[in-house]
Design a protein around this ligand. Structure first.
Ligand code: BEZ
Length: 219
């Protein structure tokens, strides 16, 4: 069955470049991002892993743990890591899961047989501290992902979790947000004492709460 938003992210044990993990224990109450790679020693994946390693401080700042997956053994990952450092100018600074028997790929539905029956697609799973799936993305093997967009989505998810606000199209940090429809005007008065702008009864706009509060706390 397809993994859907709101489902508990399936737990698994795995060998990684940083030792054996059990996924739910590894999440340990943080936000987490699990993202798959079709195969070791492939060009797009090499650039993606370098890009995420460079952005690791941004994930850390948001309290998000990062873990990659590729359907090759740890011994191959370890050789590939050297290439990533050499070509991308940064060392891999997060674990990469080895999934040579594709158990985890199958568990998460990362193999789309009509695209390839051996390689995973480029899946992204953002998991909340409650271990529920908050967002998923699927890209084909040939399209590298935009990790700034993934950080933007994490910012949106964390604001929703903390402040009951949604984010409009093309929103970026610091821009106005929207009070979610499930919050009544009475409840909104408590949450947003500074008020909001009612464009339509269903479209209530407020300044981004954490910009107003100043210092952004992680999760
Ligand atoms: C890549 O990572 O570069 C890649 C992998 C499989 C198919 C196409 C590209």
């Amino acid at each position: 069955m397809t993994l859907q938003l709101g489902d508990t992210a399936p737990d698994f044990a795995a060998e990684t470049t940083e030792g054996t993990i059990r996924f739910h224990d590894w999440i340990e109450g943080s936000w987490a991002i699990l993202f798959s790679h079709p195969k070791d020693f492939t060009p797009v994946c090499t650039t993606e892993l370098g890009a995420v390693a460079k952005l690791k401080p941004e994930f850390d700042r948001r309290g998000v743990k990062v873990i990659g997956l590729s359907v090759d053994p740890v011994s191959e990952h370890e050789k590939w890591v050297g290439d990533i450092e050499e070509t991308q100018g940064t060392a891999l600074n997060f674990p990469l899961i080895a999934d040579p028997d594709r158990k985890i790929a199958d568990l998460y539905g990362m193999i789309h047989p009509n695209a390839s029956d051996t390689l995973t697609v480029r899946s992204v799973y953002i998991v909340g501290p409650d271990k529920k799936l908050k967002l998923s993305l699927v890209y084909p093997a040939s399209t590298g992902r935009n990790f700034d967009e993934i950080l933007r989505a994490i910012d949106s998810l964390q604001l929703t979790a903390k402040h009951s606000v949604a984010t409009p199209a093309d929103w970026t940090r610091g821009e106005d947000v929207i009070i979610v429809p499930s919050v009544s005007d009475e409840e909104a008065l408590e949450k947003f004492p500074g008020g909001w702008k009612t464009v339509k009864p269903y479209l209530r706009v407020v300044p981004e709460p954490e910009t107003v509060e100043g210092e952004r706390s992680c999760c």
